[in-house]
Design a protein around this ligand. Structure first.
Ligand SMILES: *Cc1c(COP(=O)(O)O)cnc(C)c1O
Length: 376
């Protein structure tokens, strides 16, 4: 039996410890310090964002992004349905109401036409949506030009959930810097990790200032502790930011590794009847955080759950595509706009082991097993 092949595990490269040692040597064992500042600078330099704020998680970053855009009780926030629940939870934290939008089949992300339909629906009710949250799923940029046009037409701010997409670009520009706010995640399974962490990217100084203020308990400018609004404790540790600085030094290589894993899977599996992948259109560059294989039920008998269980027997970890938010029990009474694109991807796709620390031999093993199982 082969050693367990996991979906996506932390990939430490040896560059992290020097920053952590520095934190210990200088006693910056706190949610402030030089690693935080350095990590934020690295993120700005890499993404081209004017500002970056290091935070305790990607979820915290979405929470702050929506808060600084003024999302509050009873507001409508239009959110991509095909995503991890962390995209939508902060809408609930703020007492606002999500409405979910289907994907388009090309990028698997928010459909711009359906977005416009939803906006028109709410405008007709006299209820202008407060924000739009788009996701760059598995690293694939959404159709940003079209989505930005729709948002601009109705003057609704866009938030980009780029938790899975650090290193992805759209016509040469990094994702996460197109909207009023962008968010990143450095959870253990993401393309880089700080063991747990996230960041807010924004282009306006007042947004940065407000986010910083809210992330550290909303302390007013006074010599004592003075508070006039509710804040949070959403800061990242200076020790964890040290891991991030080390990871940023190799981010480009990690993206290349993930992309080569995708290429390897595709070349090995593409001839299986009914198989397809999330393809890049011209101008779209994905970090290929996870490779997802899709089986067209019209041409293939294979179902993701059958394949997942069979691969599990060979000690290979795979995972279903995110179950769309509009199909989640917690959102059963939540409005949904669109058809069955997200649902079909959920029912027909399977995420394959894609960690940048996986050797090509492991990708071979997984590909061979899948080919075998598909021939049966
Ligand atoms: C991981 C992830 C998040 C949340 O990030 P955390 O750092 O785990 O809070 C948000 N959105 C998407 C799409 C994600 O994949």
């Amino acid at each position: 039996m082969n050693e367990r092949i996991q979906l996506s595990t932390p990939h430490m490269t040896g560059r992290e410890m020097k920053y952590i040692q520095e934190a210990f040597d200088t006693n910056w064992i706190a949610p402030i310090g030089p690693n935080i500042t350095g990590f934020e600078q690295d993120l700005c330099q890499f993404t081209g964002s004017r500002y970056a704020l290091a935070l305790s998680s990607g979820t915290a970053a979405i929470h702050l992004a929506l808060h600084i855009l003024g999302v509050g009780k009873g507001d409508i926030v239009l959110c991509q349905s095909l995503t991890f629940i962390a995209t939508a939870n902060p809408i609930l934290y703020l007492g606002a109401n999500p409405a979910f939008i289907d994907s388009e089949p090309t990028t698997w992300n928010m459909c711009p036409d359906t977005l416009e339909t939803a906006i028109k629906h709410y405008l007709a009710l006299g209820k202008k949506p407060k924000a739009v949250v788009v996701v760059h799923l598995y690293g694939m940029p959404a159709q940003l030009k079209e989505i930005i046009l729709v948002c601009a037409k109705y003057d609704i701010p866009l938030v980009e959930d780029a938790a899975e997409a650090l290193g992805s670009t759209y016509f040469g520009q990094n994702v996460g810097v197109f909207g009023y706010a962008g968010i990143l995640s450095f959870n253990g399974n993401k393309i880089i990790t700080t063991s747990g962490g996230g960041a807010l990217l924004c282009q306006r100084p007042d947004y940065l200032e407000k986010a910083r203020f809210l992330a550290s308990q909303a302390k007013d400018n006074a010599s004592h502790y003075e508070h006039s609004e509710t804040g949070y404790n959403h800061q990242l540790s200076n020790v964890c930011a040290g891991i991030g600085r080390g990871q940023m030094e190799v981010l480009k290589d990690l993206v290349e590794k993930r992309r080569s894993i995708f290429d390897l899977y595709r070349s090995r599996l593409k001839d299986i009847p009914g198989v397809s992948f999330q393809e890049e259109q011209i101008g779209f560059f994905s970090n290929r955080w996870l490779t997802v294989v899709v089986f067209d039920p019209k041409e293939s008998e294979i179902r993701p759950e059958t394949l997942r269980l069979a691969l599990e027997k060979s000690n290979i970890e795979t995972r279903h595509v995110w179950k769309p938010m509009h199909l989640q029990p917690i959102f059963k009474n939540t409005p949904y706009f669109g058809g069955n694109v997200a649902e079909t991807l959920f029912e027909t796709g399977l995420c394959l082991p894609s960690g940048s620390n996986l050797p090509p031999e492991s990708i071979q093993v997984v590909s061979e097993k899948i080919s075998e199982l598909c021939e049966k």
